[in-house]
Design a protein around this ligand. Structure first.
Ligand SMILES: *Cc1c(COP(=O)(O)O)cnc(C)c1O
Length: 374
């Protein structure tokens, strides 16, 4: 057997659809729903995830690049798609040709889009990106009205709405988020006073979707909760989300070490007593973070087994002394349920000092994915 084929990264599209329905249920019927599928659907696989969301009736998809937008179109997905990070001027023609909408914050891009739309006899849908306090992409609020004035020379552009992003919507203290919402509402009002209709403004990520109905506006754009994790590990969400990704493998070797043996590179763990060790055919080449060294746990027979020593490129060692008689070939869960217990993206993220988003991306990008359900 090929060692790498002992591992299995599964993406459960039935769980994804369940999460979609839970989130949809938190929104008023008139609110549109954009499934955020950037970065290869957070490592879950762009096309299977996009198809599942489209099947469920998602109104929009949000992607990170022109390439992702084009692959949705090539796969025959016809729903509206927003390029969340905008485009470069040279990407305007293919974006317009594929009817991809663009987050807009540069005048040269606006002009390129207008020219492409004009030569293709089309309109280009844009969402004006405003920085209301995220300190990342977008025009600062004072720039919005002058920018819109500049767009009057580009009648080929259809300004569908303003869009912004929230910096701390996942925190319990909502004061900064409410200030961002105030800024956002303020610029929308000012633009409307000058005749811009803006039917489709939006700002809500997952955190704002479940905690701040006043942030829903015309459209919500959740990502992480679709994939089954709360935006902040320490704040459980009020809906029953189902984890979508799981990752399992099998024990490659079991051995008994005596007291005083060191394990793995750097000799960062030394056995105190006799120790049964299971070697797993998974490592950081599989997106299993080296930061899990001496910190993470896996599930064998539904019980926890702690990682001993450093996670290697293709191998990880766990202690199974307490499990008595673990055999080569036994199933091991690195992410997901086994028996009564389960390891979540947030469990791994906690051990690796990151967020569940990065765990899913790393595992999903580094392993062949098997999509199930749907
Ligand atoms: C990634 C992203 C989202 C989704 O955020 P989640 O925290 O995953 O819900 C929404 N909007 C923009 C602009 C994003 O980049």
């Amino acid at each position: 057997m090929i060692v790498s084929s002992m591992s299995d990264l599964a993406v459960d599209l039935t769980a994804l659809k369940h999460n979609y329905r839970q989130l949809r249920g938190l929104c008023d019927p008139g609110v549109k729903f954009m499934g955020v599928v950037k970065a290869d659907a957070y490592g879950h696989g762009l096309l299977p995830v996009a198809r599942a969301l489209a099947d469920e009736g998602a109104d929009y998809l949000g992607v990170g690049s022109l390439e992702e937008g084009l692959s949705l179109r090539q796969a025959g997905l016809n729903l509206p798609v927003l390029l969340l990070l905008g485009i470069l001027p040279e990407e305007a023609a293919p974006a317009v040709a594929a009817d991809l909408e663009v987050a807009l914050f540069r005048l040269d891009v606006a002009q390129a889009l207008a020219a492409a739309a004009s030569s293709q006899g089309k309109k280009a849908g844009v969402h004006l990106k405003v920085d209301t306090g995220m300190g990342r992409l977008g025009l600062i609020p004072e720039e919005v009205l002058p920018f819109l004035e500049g767009l009057r020379a580009c009648p080929q552009l259809e300004v569908l709405g303003l869009t912004s992003h929230l910096a701390v919507a996942d925190q319990e203290d909502k004061s900064y988020t409410l200030r961002q919402l105030e800024q956002f509402t303020g610029v929308i009002r000012a633009a409307r006073d000058r005749g811009w209709e803006l039917p489709l403004s939006h700002i809500a990520n997952s955190a704002a979707l479940w905690e701040l109905k006043e942030a829903h506006f015309a459209l919500v754009r959740p990502g992480i909760m679709l994939y089954g994790s709360p935006p902040a590990a320490e704040r459980p969400v009020p809906v029953a989300l189902q984890p979508v990704m799981s990752y399992t493998t099998r024990v490659l070797q079991v051995k008994r070490l005596s007291a005083g043996c060191s394990i793995s590179y750097g000799r960062t763990y030394t056995t105190r007593e006799e120790c049964d060790l299971a070697v797993l055919p998974v490592g950081y080449a599989n997106g299993y973070s080296r930061l899990l060294s001496n910190r993470g746990e896996v599930l064998i027979r539904g019980r926890r087994a702690p990682i001993r020593g450093r996670v290697c490129m293709n191998l990880t060692m766990v202690e199974v002394t307490h499990l008595k008689g673990v055999q080569a070939g036994e199933p091991v869960v690195l992410l997901g349920p086994l028996g009564e217990d389960r390891l979540t993206g947030d469990d791994l993220a906690g051990w690796a000092q990151t967020i569940s988003y990065e765990i899913y991306l790393a595992l999903g990008n580094a392993n062949p994915r098997r999509h199930v359900g749907g």
